[in-house]
Design a protein around this ligand. Structure first.
Ligand SMILES: *Cc1c(COP(=O)(O)O)cnc(C)c1O
Length: 363
């Protein structure tokens, strides 16, 4: 551990993980719980792995306050596979589903759903270059469900209140990049899903939280790996699950509980995001945030500099200062700071200091 050198990791995903979690995984890598094997080498049917997956689920239920009429699944295929599984399982033949389009990810979800059946766009902010939340909705009261993306990772737009949908229409949410970043009321949702690699673990596992009546909608004859009913009833153990990734998300859930749970996590995340947003707002226009203030994400902070040349230089110099992963997505351009749960206050302060110093030298 003497050569331990960690950078400040602002990558959008896979993203930064808590150092304690990595150290814990390292400490028990060669001999997991006295088995003489790593967790990657033991049977997914063993009592040791059973404890891993059951504890991960119990800790997540406690963190998010998941009611007992919801199932938790640990699946593969990323959040992207959920874009297809949701319509396959929840939208009956001939029915239509509503989509709220607020950025690249909700647009990708819409595109997949459209390949498989009828969709209706209930709102879109594309004409504003996805820099805000919708101010009005045109919901179909007969929609099979409404899908929205709580945090748009690329455009840095986050919902802090759920869209108010017509009575009885199930609300489905992609919460990949703000998963377990703050408390939410799970009972408002019919289904929530998150690819783990943004905020909750390594890539390879996607968490799906689905109400029992949604799982009951699964039609007959879906291929088994696309079938919520089979996957939920088997406790995510119909086939070999991504066992190492599940072990890692379990360690992250335990860490989040130790940090004080999601209310404490929100406080920590608000403090960090404010440090970076203040650096933007105090720059007299040198740095320009992409998102309107009311919709600013606590997780992903896209911003521009006065020119593309300066943006190139900024990324290069930041890297020399161990501030990594700040280049923005090509669709928005500029920079993006992802300040997920495991990013420290110290990391946010180092970035803010660097931004002020860079402006002094180039402004
Ligand atoms: C990254 C991301 C996805 C895609 O996740 P994969 O696990 O790579 O399929 C979907 N939605 C959001 C909000 C994301 O940030």
């Amino acid at each position: 551990m003497s050569e331990l050198k960690r950078v400040y990791n602002f990558n959008p995903g896979p993203g930064v993980l808590p150092l304690e979690v990595l150290q814990e995984a390292q400490a028990e890598l060669l001999n997991f719980k006295g088995t003489g094997m790593s967790v990657m080498e033991i049977s997914h049917r063993s009592k040791e792995f059973e404890a891993v997956i059951q504890t991960a689920e119990a800790d997540l239920r406690e963190l998010l306050g998941i009611p007992s009429n919801y199932k938790v699944m640990f699946l593969q295929g990323g959040a992207t596979l959920q874009f297809a599984m949701i319509p396959m399982n929840l939208r009956a033949a001939g029915a239509s589903a509503d989509y709220v389009v607020t950025g690249s990810w909700s647009k990708a979800a819409l595109k997949e759903a459209k390949k498989l059946g009828a969709v209706h766009i209930a709102a879109t902010t594309e004409s504003e270059n996805f820099n805000c939340l919708p101010d009005k909705y045109d919901f179909d009261p007969k929609a099979a469900y409404v899908h929205y993306t709580m945090n748009e990772t690329i455009h840095g737009v986050e919902f802090f209140n759920e869209p108010v949908v017509p009575d009885g229409v199930p609300l489905v949410c992609d919460t990949s990049s703000n998963f377990i970043s703050r408390p939410i009321d799970v009972s408002k949702y019919a289904l929530l899903y998150a690819g783990a690699q943004k905020n909750a673990g390594p890539s390879g596992v996607t968490v799906v939280i689905a109400r029992d009546d949604m799982i009951a909608r699964t039609p007959e004859n879906l291929p088994v790996m696309l079938d919520y009913k089979t996957l939920a009833e088997s406790g995510s153990l119909h086939n070999t699950p991504p066992s190492f990734a599940i072990y890692m998300v379990g360690l992250v859930f335990k860490w989040a509980k130790k940090m004080g749970g999601l209310a404490a996590m929100e406080k920590h995340n608000r403090e960090k995001a404010a440090i970076v947003y203040n650096a933007i707002d105090d720059s007299a226009g040198f740095y320009r945030g992409h998102t309107v203030p009311e919709a600013r994400s606590l997780m992903n902070i896209p911003f521009r500099l006065p020119s593309e040349e300066l943006e190139e230089t900024f990324a290069k110099e930041a890297k020399k200062n161990d501030l990594i992963g700040l280049k923005g997505h090509r669709s928005v351009g500029g920079m993006r700071a992802s300040v997920y749960n495991a990013m420290t206050i110290e990391g946010a302060k180092e970035l803010s200091k660097f931004m002020a110093d860079f402006q002094k030298r180039n402004g």
